[in-house]
Design a protein around this ligand. Sequence first.
Ligand code: SF4
Length: 375
Amino acid sequence: MPPPAHFKEILNQWPPQRVQELILSRTRIDVERALTAAGSMNAENLAALLSPAAEQALEPLAAVSAGWTRQRFGHAVQFFAPLYVSNFCCNGCRYCGFNSATDKTVRGALTVDEAVIEAECLARQGFSHILLVAGEDLRNTPPAYFVELAGRIRHLFSSIQVEIYALTTEEYRQLVAGGVDGVTMFQESYNRDVYREMHAYGPKSDYDNRIDAVERAATAGMTFVGLGALLGINDWREEGFYLGLHADYIQKKYWRSCVSISYPRMRPAFGGEPPPVPVSDANLVQLMSALRANLPDVAMVLSTRELPGFREKMVRIAVTKISAGAKTTPGGYSGATDAEAQFEVADQRPLAEVAQAISAMGFDPVMKDWDRSYD
Ligand code: SF4
């Protein structure tokens, strides 16, 4: 049977009610079977490992996850740093302090020259992988801004990725030509009702355009594509199930691109709201382990939203890529800013301290793991 032409075909086969029924009907025997069969994607096994029944098997599940992580990634932990270039935004995401209705937020957007200074600060700290982050701000940071910025800093980094608004395939191609090699595009929620409720207005309120963006980026030749759901706005088991389907689909169809999944758990944000559906540490361990057991080759990312002890625990179980020393304000690294942060950073340790802690655990902190084959 030919693979689906689009991920939305798969989504249509799995309406939320069917997903919920499958997850809630899984038994202890289903969980045991799924643990034995770990190592490849299977929707029923994923549902079993995400289910309430699997909460009684959290330790064996984490052990299975750790085993696959060591087998596929060894002890390497890659580091990256986010570089926020603008906190202006025309969208109305209810959970974010940068949304356009938050009139108390002190806004800031870096010129390309200012962003280069920030990038140089990060390069001096030793970072080789950088993630450019911006709200949807076409006036200050249109696609051409990122093309120009990437061109100015590409000699400093082995990988430049972006976490910005959804672009067209042609715009993604321009970014690739400029030196950008990866796109992170969180769907936030795969549940259309929740998505509509959380994104009342602005271009981001278009669910289909956002979910298509990942494929446009891969089609344009992005080496790295990152998926994620904002944990805390909907049932994490349901979101985890869709994340697994999405990552599996992208991995198979766009095999030239490396897929990653991030696990942003809602943090208090200036002007934002508390999580409607809180996700506990145990929930997050189960979610990441269940996905690792089904997707052994997918990189797993955990940011400084999480506390040091929890991040280190998750490095043993599933995580292969982490940020460090992160500032979520435009201009935060060089210190020339009054702008507000997007969310509170829980792990405030500098890069050297995080790297040392990772080494002390017997893991290898990696600043760069590949070189560009051409420039
Ligand atoms: S989450 Fe992103 S798109 Fe939404 S308001 Fe915040 S910065 Fe804008």
